[in-house]
Design a protein around this ligand. Structure first.
Ligand SMILES: [Zn+2]
Length: 323
């Protein structure tokens, strides 16, 4: 629901440069192994252009390619040729797409590399719905746990398997949003060059004007209504977050959060807040931390990715003049 500055991401990428170089070398070696299989002319040409992208001499470093460079490569290389034939590999029969995906090793990077990489970028929640974490934990055979990071491929890996490990093509997403999006392309760019987009989200939850009064009279959280506002998309046919991710449906189940905020807005009125601040001045709390403690979540758009539900809670708390 808010963008991250590309420069910030590039700094993190450079701190992982040896791991990324290692990914490139391994991918290149495995991609070259694929050429041993029998492919038709179109598939062979496609595979060669993918291999070229992973060569050390390639002018574009495809794993670190910027969003604009990714668009250029999509235009150059295009969609994977339709899988007209299957090829034998031992006993398994695989398509060219699955050969490429396996060579690039995306599946194993989900548990080995992406959790550390995205922790360093500061993303812990789904960048689409902000209602869930992006980690799923699985029990391992020795009774420990292994964490898998869920990411959505902004440009689908079904169409463009060569972008399956391109870091700017990876959008941390919960399993449910990832499933919902499938191959839909939506008009939300997580990585931006515009500083303003990293400070203010273009999305907003808004409490219905009469909801507070209605709730306080009835004490029934069913009377709490809110809307989710989206930016005006450049493409009038763009799919909306409401359509694709069912944002309002997800958040309607969280009315109790809004209920607590309404009650807090009654208890923590201006004079009580002033008294609290002076009584506990010894704690020397930063104003942001004071507000965060008050509402139980982050209070600035730039921190949305740090905790689930933060966008809803901060927007409604602002509507209620609580922060
Ligand atoms: Zn989600």
């Amino acid at each position: 629901m808010i963008a991250i500055h590309q420069n910030k991401v590039k700094v993190v990428q450079s701190s992982f440069s040896s791991e990324i170089e290692n990914q490139r070398e391994k991918a290149l070696k495995k991609l070259k192994d694929i050429t041993k299989n029998q492919f038709n002319r179109v598939e062979k040409d496609y595979l060669i252009s993918v291999i070229n992208l992973f060569e050390e001499s390639s002018p574009v470093k495809i794993i670190e390619a910027t969003p604009n460079e990714i668009i250029t490569q999509i235009a150059n290389i295009g969609i994977i040729p339709p899988n007209s034939r299957f090829y034998k590999n031992g006993r398994a029969k695989k398509t060219l797409k699955s050969f490429i995906l396996e060579a690039l090793n995306y599946t194993s990077l989900r548990s080995s590399f992406y959790p550390n990489y995205f922790r360093k970028i500061g993303v812990k929640t789904c960048v689409y719905c902000n209602s869930s974490l992006t980690i799923t934990a699985k029990k391992t055979s020795n009774n420990g746990y292994s964490a898998k990071f869920d990411v959505d491929h902004y440009h689908s890996k079904d169409k463009y398997p060569f972008l399956s490990i391109s870091l700017f093509n990876l959008y941390p997403a919960c399993a449910s949003c990832n499933r919902a999006k499938k191959n839909d392309e939506i008009e939300f760019e997580l990585y931006t060059e515009l500083g303003a987009k990293t400070l203010k989200s273009e999305y907003k939850f808004k409490l219905h004007p009469y909801s507070k009064a209605k709730y306080l009279t009835t004490k029934d959280s069913k009377n709490i209504e809110f809307t989710f506002e989206e930016p005006i998309y450049a493409n009038p046919n763009a799919k909306t977050f409401k359509d694709v991710f069912h944002i309002e449906g997800i958040y309607q189940t969280q009315n109790d959060l809004i209920e607590e905020l309404i009650i807090k807005s009654q208890i923590y009125n201006k004079s009580y807040l002033k008294a609290l601040k002076s009584n506990f001045s010894k704690l020397s709390l930063h104003p942001e931390l004071f507000k965060r403690t008050l509402i139980g979540n982050y209070v600035e758009d730039k921190n949305i990715h740090k905790r689930p539900m933060s966008k809803l809670v901060m927007d409604i708390a602002k509507d209620l003049d609580l922060i």
